[in-house]
Design a protein around this ligand. Structure first.
Ligand code: SAM
Length: 272
């Protein structure tokens, strides 16, 4: 009979943030495949976990999945952990999980710490809807494109302290200085910090204070009434001059910008 395969969440800073079930599973595993054996060894030593460790990271995940499937087929129990938090969330694990599912072996996930969910617990929002885009792209054009795509949804992303200021400047330039954002640093650690304020204030704050550690950011969704009426009227005018009917204009603008139908219809009526 094949062994058990587990994807196990580990702490994102505070080593106490691990579930009883995760410890139990890691203790019962014969092998733990981990992103970096040196990092997982610290956790294993703390919790008396005796499993054999070997590396499985983004550069060898596919190849390691062959070894892991062999181990499972020989009856061994295998767990996979990333360096911190939940595997497969901006971390390796997806290729491996895919291969294991394809081999017909059951995959069990052991939930636990994750920087996105920890962050969302600390940032009050008006709506449930949010978009998580993983690490924000390094390339400016790609970064702005993505932020624009999700401007009407609370958009959460990971960023590095070296690049955050650039990202904040982009947000300020594209969406305005008063755009509300949240930045969390070093969640669950000694220097945990959460700032929720207009982007302009956050930029000023980080000019004065050191920007170090691990970071999660949210750009709050632009609200429908944030939409500039003049800009909207201009768009309607362009569509009209291209021969679109009032009904089509309403449909297109609603779909593109998520603005109230009646508001567009009335503006379209008003425009000559
Ligand atoms: N799989 C992890 C998870 O469940 O959150 C994410 C791994 S990703 C490679 C690492 C990034 O997650 C960091 O660069 C940072 O943006 C974010 N992150 C991880 N731990 C964090 C923490 N304690 N505080 C703030 N952000 C954190």
């Amino acid at each position: 009979m094949a062994g058990q395969f587990y994807i196990v969440a580990t702490p994102i800073g505070n080593l106490g943030d691990i579930t009883l079930r995760a410890i139990e599973v890691l203790k019962s595993a014969d092998y733990i495949a981990c992103e970096d054996t040196r990092i997982t060894k610290v956790l294993a030593d703390k919790y008396d976990i005796g499993a054999k460790l070997f590396d499985c990271h983004k550069f060898n995940e596919k190849e390691r999945s062959i070894k892991i499937i062999e181990l499972l087929n020989s009856g061994c129990n295998v767990a996979f952990v990333s360096d911190a938090g939940t595997p497969c969330i901006s971390d390796p694990g997806c290729i491996l999980t895919d291969e294991i599912i394809k081999s017909g072996i059951k995959v069990t996930a052991i939930p636990g710490a994750c920087a996105v969910s920890t962050f969302l617990s600390l940032v009050p929002r008006k709506t449930e809807e949010f978009a998580f885009i993983g690490f924000i792209p390094r390339i400016k054009t790609r970064r702005i494109e993505l932020l624009k795509k999700y401007r009407y949804v609370n958009t959460v992303f990971y960023d590095s302290p070296n690049r955050l200021m650039e990202t904040l400047e982009d947000i300020s330039e594209e969406f305005g200085k008063d755009t509300k954002i949240a930045v969390a640093r070093e969640l669950t650690k000694i220097f945990e910090e959460v700032k929720i304020a207009p982007v302009e204030e956050i930029i000023e704050y980080y000019k004065e204070n050191p920007l170090k550690g691990e970071i999660v950011v949210m750009v709050f969704a632009k609200e429908q009434q944030d939409f500039d009426e003049e800009d909207l009227a201009e768009k309607i005018e362009i569509l009209k001059s291209e021969g679109f009917s009032q009904k089509d204009i309403t449909r297109i603008i609603t779909k593109l910008f998520g603005i109230n139908k009646n508001k567009i219809y009335n503006l379209a009526l008003k425009s000559k």
